[in-house]
Ligand binder design. Structure first.
Ligand SMILES: [Zn+2]
Length: 190
């Protein structure tokens, strides 16, 4: 299975590295190298970074992903993330290996996060920042789970009229519609 980037937020794309396929959870982060590849594809880790790409890093990343999962479950249930989740995010923010600098590019202001040292840890901190910014900005109110039963993919619904139901039309929308047609067809012939 390929990585998908349909969450409209890095921390959700990170959570979506454990999708469900035929009812079974699949973990796409099977090795430190696969995590590095994900970080690169997500645009959160430079291709040159190899320092710190090890099993410990993978374990810490999966722990953070577990915290994000708890946070997302609470938010979907209309509750605030548990204090343990906030602590885990804060621990990652305190360990910040990034330096922030303000830039103006073609009339737009950007807060750039430059790594102080070329280490794989920058990935986990960037994910923690993304989670934090999602809460701070209030964008988290658009958090949704894919409407197809058995799909655990999460996304921020940024569609104009807040009508996005599926993680993707190709993955779930079309399958669900086909299942609906089959069900109606069966009912019609009964
Ligand atoms: Zn889905």
């Amino acid at each position: 299975m390929q990585f998908t980037f349909l969450g409209n937020a890095a921390w959700l794309d990170f959570l979506n590295t454990a999708p469900r396929d035929e009812g079974r959870t699949v973990d796409l982060l099977s090795s430190p190298e696969s995590l590095r590849r994900w970080g690169q594809e997500a645009g959160l880790l430079g291709s040159e970074i190899r320092d710190g790409v090890d099993e410990t890093w993978l374990i810490r990343a999966k722990r953070l992903r577990g915290e994000f999962r708890q946070g997302a479950d609470s938010l979907l249930a209309g509750q605030e993330p548990p204090t343990g989740v906030i602590k885990a995010v804060n621990d990652q923010l305190i360990a910040n290996p990034l330096r922030l600098t303000l830039h103006n590019q073609a009339g737009h202001w950007h807060l750039a996060q430059m790594p102080l040292r070329p280490h794989a840890d920058v990935l986990l901190t960037r994910l923690a920042i993304d989670f934090a910014e999602c809460l701070v900005s209030g964008r988290v109110k658009d958090l949704r789970r894919c409407a197809r039963s058995n799909c655990v993919m999460l996304f921020l619904d940024t569609s104009k009229n807040h009508s996005r139901r599926w993680c993707s039309m190709e993955l779930c929308g079309n399958r669900e519609k086909a299942a609906g047609r089959r069900a109606r067809g069966a009912a019609g012939s009964a």
